[in-house]
Design a protein around this ligand. Structure first.
Ligand code: ADP
Ligand code: MG
Length: 223
C-alpha cells in the first residue's frame, strides 16, 4: 500500500537547511495500523505530509495505493487525496464560520450533494453528534470537535487514514474514544498511519516505527 524509498526532505529557511527526513525507507501493507513515534521535531508530520501528497520529497520516492505521489501534478495530488486519504489532526482544523454538517461536507470531492449530506449525517449520528449538526465549532468541546473531524476524514470512504497527534488536545476519555475509533477503522480493513509522541497511543497500533532526527531508528513490533 505504501512504499517510501530513500526519501529525504529538506526545508530551506532563513537560518539554513533543516533535514526533516534523512534517507527514510519504509513499507506499510494494506490493512496495517502503524504508529510513527518520536519526539517533537523528529519528522513525523513531514512523513505524513508526504504520504498525503501535501508535500514533495527532495530525494527518493513515495508510492501510495499505486500512485507515485512525488511525481503527480498538484491537481492530480488533490484528486489522489480526495479518493484515497482521510486526515485527522491535533488542532482539528475545522472552519469556525461553518456549522458541523458543512465542516464535514467541505471534504467532499465527488458524488451527489444529497448523497454526501446523507452520509455526513449518518457519520455524525454514529459519533453521537446528531443534535449538534447546526452548531459551529466554537460551541463544541474539544472531544466533540475531534468527532466532527473524524466524520470529515471518513466522508470519502478512504482506504488510508493519516492521523497527526489526534489525541494531543483531548482529555483522557476523549483520547481513548479517538484511539478506539482508529482501532475500529483498522478492524474494518483500513490502513492507518498514526503520528504520536504518546506511548499509550502508539501501543494501540500493530507496529511502532520510531523516528529520531529524521531517521527510522527502530521498527518494533507490538503484540
Ligand atoms: P514532528 O512532527 O515529529 O514534530 P516535523 O516533521 O514537524 O516533526 O518537523 C521535522 C523538522 O523539520 C523539525 O526540525 C521542524 O522544525 C522542521 N520543519 C517542519 N516543517 C517545516 C517548514 N515548513 N519549514 C521549515 N522547517 C520545518
Ligand atoms: Mg508533528
Amino acid at each position: 500500500m505504501i512504499e517510501i524509498s530513500d526519501v529525504s526532505k529538506v526545508y530551506r529557511t532563513a537560518h539554513g537547511e533543516v533535514r526533516a527526513l534523512d534517507d527514510v525507507t519504509l513499507a506499510i501493507n494494506e490493512g496495517e495500523f502503524v504508529a510513527l513515534k518520536g519526539h517533537s521535531g523528529s519528522g513525523k508530520s513531514t512523513l505524513l505530509a508526504l504520504l498525503g501528497g501535501l508535500a514533495l520529497p527532495n530525494i527518493g520516492s513515495v508510492s501510495v495505493a499505486g500512485h507515485d505521489v512525488g511525481n503527480l501534478s498538484s491537481s492530480e495530488r488533490a484528486r489522489f487525496r480526495g479518493e484515497n486519504v482521510g486526515f485527522v489532526f491535533q488542532m482539528f482544523h475545522l472552519l469556525p464560520y461553518l456549522n458541523v454538517l458543512d465542516n464535514v461536507l467541505v471534504a467532499s470531492t465527488s458524488g451527489a450533494r444529497a448523497a454526501n449530506r446523507d452520509y455526513a449525517t449518518a457519520l455524525l449520528t454514529e459519533f453521537g453528534m446528531e443534535e449538534r449538526i447546526t452548531h459551529r465549532p466554537g460551541q463544541l468541546s474539544a472531544g466533540e470537535r475531534q468527532r466532527v473531524a473524524m466524520a470529515r476524514a471518513l466522508l470519502n470512504r478512504p482506504k488510508l487514514l493519516l492521523a497527526d497527534e489526534p489525541t494531543g488536545n483531548l482529555d483522557e476519555k476523549n483520547a481513548v474514544a479517538m484511539l478506539d475509533f482508529l482501532v475500529g477503522f483498522h478492524q474494518q480493513g483500513g490502513t492507518i498511519v498514526l503520528a504520536t509522541h504518546d506511548d499509550r497511543a502508539a501501543e494501540r497500533a500493530e507496529r511502532i516505527v520510531e523516528l529520531s532526527a529524521g531517521k527510522v531508528v527502530s521498527p518494533v513490533t507490538t503484540g
